[in-house]
Design a protein around this ligand. Structure first.
Ligand SMILES: Nc1nc2c(ncn2[C@@H]2O[C@H](COP(=O)(O)OP(=O)(O)OP(=O)(O)O)[C@@H](O)[C@H]2O)c(=O)[nH]1
Ligand SMILES: [Mg+2]
Length: 303
């Protein structure tokens, strides 16, 4: 019997726990079962109490105090400890049926998603056939306010891509906190962020302001010409690096973003549909109503 889950990931403060909460509210409203697993050993407050909380296994505060570690080293220690005590997960998750959506609320330390191999090992454990066998997808959240600074946006996109390549499970990228930008950015412009392309760097307001302050451009026109290699060279190493990264992301064309506004029930519902599709949740559900109807039909035939 398969199980189904979503791992909610992304940088610190991206809105992961808030999204988990609104997803749970939405699932409850739609009479769907969910099981909320908090894997952030530093998380204190929750809108919905977790069904399983890593803090019952190990707390970051204790680790920092007893091991003399900082918050990031402490977090890595907590995850290493979890990997040595996987029964903690198995004992609670093993009995869940295919009706449940298991929601993993992850911490925001970016190193967890980029250069330590713990998360891939955890994901392999959760998804391994014959073990928990969870059909898992990753939901990677990036704050929509990043679109204001495009170099930052591409850097965030690069870390999303890194997590995507590292984890090898179906992956949804989500621009969270859309309420903060929806009045500031035109729909047409937003589309360019949803499917990032390197021309976004050509008319970056933050970059234009920076270069105006430096006195390297007089007005917007010089920035708007992507063919102006001279302007790029004059812009120095970082600009060329930004462009190289943006081109890499564009050429891979692997990262597309969905929009999330947690205040909007439809928006949360739309993201849930993507999650369901990724993990083929509906295909595995027992057609209960149909079974009942079949029974009724048979009774009538027998009468
Ligand atoms: N305006 C707005 N604020 C949001 C939204 N989602 C989260 N926030 C705020 O952003 C802050 C961080 O939200 P969290 O949900 O705790 O983010 P997180 O990614 O779980 O943070 P860490 O677990 O610490 O990495 C909180 O102050 C939230 O109230 C949103 O959709 N819109
Ligand atoms: Mg959180």
């Amino acid at each position: 019997m398969s199980k189904f889950g979503v791992m909610v990931m992304g940088p610190a403060g991206a809105g992961k726990s808030t999204f988990c909460a609104s997803l749970i509210t939405h699932l409850n409203l739609n009479r769907r079962s969910c099981f909320y697993v908090n894997l952030d050993p530093a998380a204190e407050t929750f809108e919905h109490a977790p069904d399983l909380d890593i803090k019952d296994l190990i707390s970051l505060e204790d680790v920092m105090e007893e091991m003399g570690l900082g918050p990031n080293g402490g977090l890595i220690y907590c995850f290493e400890f979890l990997m040595e005590n996987l029964d903690f997960l198995t004992d609670s998750l093993d009995s869940l049926t295919e009706e449940y959506l298991i929601i993993f609320d992850m911490p925001g330390q970016i190193e967890l998603y980029t250069h330590v191999p713990i998360l891939p090992a955890l994901v392999r454990f959760l998804t391994r056939a014959g073990s928990l066998d969870i059909r898992l997808c990753a939901a990677y959240l990036l704050e929509a306010t990043f679109v204001v600074d495009r170099a930052k946006f591409f850097a965030g996109t690069l870390s999303a891509m890194s997590a995507m390549i590292m984890l090898e499970v179906p992956h949804l990228n989500i621009l969270s906190k859309m309420d903060l930008v929806k009045d500031q950015i035109r729909k047409r412009d937003l589309k360019r962020f949803q499917m990032p392309d390197s021309t976004l760097l050509d008319d970056d307001p933050a970059e234009i302001a920076r270069r105006k302050a430096e006195g390297t451009i007089e007005d917007k026109d010089e920035m708007a010409d992507p063919q102006d290699k001279g302007a790029l060279m004059r812009g120095g190493g970082f600009r060329r690096l930004n462009r190289a990264v943006a081109n890499l992301i564009e050429n891979f064309s692997m990262v597309n973003y969905l929009k999330l506004d947690v205040q909007d029930e439809d928006s949360v519902g739309a993201i849930l549909s993507y999650i369901d599709d990724c993990i083929q949740y509906h295909e595995a559900q027992e057609p209960k109503e149909l079974k009942d109807m079949e029974f009724d039909g048979m009774d009538e035939m027998e009468d």
